[in-house]
Design a protein around this ligand. Sequence first.
Ligand SMILES: Cc1cc2nc3c(=O)[nH]c(=O)nc-3n(C[C@H](O)[C@H](O)[C@H](O)COP(=O)(O)OP(=O)(O)OC[C@H]3O[C@@H](n4cnc5c(N)ncnc54)[C@H](O)[C@@H]3O)c2cc1C
Length: 391
Amino acid sequence: MTKPEIFDLVIIGASFAGLRCAKTAALRGLRVLVLEQKQSAGARVRTTGIFVKEAAEEMDFPAKLSRKIYGVRLYAPALTSIDLHSPGYAFHATDTPALLSWMAEETIRAGAEIRFGCAFRGLTEIAGGYGLKDLGINTRYLVGADGAKSAVAGALGLSANKHFLYGVEVGVPLDDAVDPNYLHCFLGQDVAPGYIAWAVPGPHHIQIGLAASEHKKPSIEQALVHVQRALGMERARIVDRRAGAIPAGGGLRRIGTSRTLLVGDAAGLVSPMTAGGIQPALRSGRRAGQAIAEYLLDEGPCPAALMARENPRFRIKRLQRLLMDVGLPDAVWNASLGTAPMRAVAQWLYFHRRTKGERLRLEALDRMVPTQALRDRPDRHWDWGRLRDNK
Ligand SMILES: Cc1cc2nc3c(=O)[nH]c(=O)nc-3n(C[C@H](O)[C@H](O)[C@H](O)COP(=O)(O)OP(=O)(O)OC[C@H]3O[C@@H](n4cnc5c(N)ncnc54)[C@H](O)[C@@H]3O)c2cc1C
């Protein structure tokens, strides 16, 4: 029988959260393997890929992979609109396939290994870690960065996302009719019940899409007609399609054990109101990489306990989501969009500082950690011999 390969850390999923976690942990000296079911990190991308300012601050990337957008043009169902800006604020529309491929290269450069076309199918608990089913791989620590419907969470009996928005999007060629200085966002019960439709002038295409509440079936054809009419665009050839489930129930509670942790979408870390998940995925990936390295190398606190305290729960945004699910009639949007109170709410939603809550939580943690409770670890003494022999 061939002996299993042994890693300190195996991460399932080579996207924002998984690659960020892998790079951080590898730089800190762990032997890291990432398993990804797709053939490359940039294949079959399931996101619009807009980086809010805080996401761009979280991770530097080559400027050629994005273009900055400084404002939001928000349209009522009757197509009247307001323009929103905030001094010093920019969104980044990214070439997401190229950006994820670049992140994968950076992760490998940091010393981690990535195996593409390799799906997680289950695990067995062994002394001091886990054995991965059918793969001949043992690991001391396992991270689930495998997205909204996490197989790792299922295999470990951890919390799972239950509430979703569904997003669907197409890419069309750039068109002079579309003002490239704005994210164009469209309200309306018909076009995007429970959320918005959008047109994003990206680096190479205009991405037109919508997200809608889980019980409503989003129609991309209807959204396309509405958006193209509103912007005066030609009906254009579709060059790209993306779709996926977006967790909308807020941060999950049981996100790990003493040797496992969920990050990114798998941990429910998406704003239920704006559906933005890239910044929390990057942040939770980085923090997980740091915490796991400290745990395995320096007897640091249990990463799952630490992250459970750090992760946002999105309480206010969950309440706002309930209101959006009920849905305002189009007539209310048409009458109220130009008013000062509605403008103030929209301004806050698009431009509020997303890391303020995180800073407050981290300050509170600094006062708490290390505590004895966090330092108590049942599996403190790793038995490498037993792990290698898969006993
Ligand atoms: C249509 C749409 C548009 C969006 N637009 C935005 C946006 O503009 N801005 C924003 O901030 N957020 C956006 N989001 C949300 C954002 O994309 C996610 O929050 C973010 O991608 C989460 O990153 P992640 O690394 O946690 O998971 P994911 O990006 O979902 O990656 C999970 C990875 O795990 C892999 N995987 C899954 N199962 C297995 C398995 N069994 N074995 C091996 N690998 C596996 C998948 O192939 C994938 O590569 C959008 C979402 C959708 C659906």
